[in-house]
Design a protein around this ligand. Structure first.
Ligand code: SF4
Length: 172
């Protein structure tokens, strides 16, 4: 598959949300953001700031769209608190590698799980490129929907910044 990235490109966080909760992705896409008030998000930001404090290429903005945590030689590194959302983390990083490749920059990925003191190396294969493209198409369809996907109770909901928004609406 070869798609027109220009018309489908999104922020990396949307790839992450696609795998966490499609309703969350839809709400975020519409500018309904509550993450800045969420303690988990604040904790994540502090860990980001503390981790790799000596790294020089931190929080690198690419194409005014992607916010890469760290570029370290041949690697793009993403810092995460834990591997609880591993698939979402992996796909976000595969998307970064895919995007950079389209710009003519080939990198490997490394996920750094801070709590677990564990790293995972990711290589962008053709299969993963296809998977990224398929997700981009799905995100476009989803965000073009007029209404958000219905609330589905997930184990993640109680930690989600949209929790009150989702569940108070449901109870009305
Ligand atoms: S509270 Fe649950 S259903 Fe609502 S956006 Fe968050 S994860 Fe999705």
């Amino acid at each position: 598959m070869s798609l027109d990235l220009e018309s489908l490109k999104v922020q990396g966080v949307k790839i992450n949300y696609f795998f966490i909760c499609k309703r969350k992705l839809w709400l975020f896409d519409k500018g309904i953001t509550m993450e800045q008030n969420n303690d988990r998000v604040l904790a994540g930001k502090l860990i980001h700031e503390d981790s790799y404090s000596r790294a020089t290429n931190k929080e690198v903005l690419v194409d005014n769209l992607l916010q890469l945590d760290i570029i370290d030689g041949e690697y793009v590194r993403e810092v995460k608190i834990s591997s609880r959302m591993q698939k979402a983390d992996q796909m976000q990083l595969y998307y970064y590698l895919y995007y950079l490749k389209k710009m003519g920059i080939e990198k490997k990925g490394k996920l750094n799980y801070v709590k677990e003191r564990r790293q995972e190396e990711l290589l962008l294969t053709e299969d993963k490129e296809n998977e990224v493209e398929s997700v981009l198409l799905d995100i476009k369809s989803l965000t073009e929907e007029e209404k958000p996907p219905k609330v589905t109770k997930l184990s993640y909901c109680s930690k989600c910044a949209y929790y009150e928004f989702c569940f108070s609406q449901e109870e009305e």
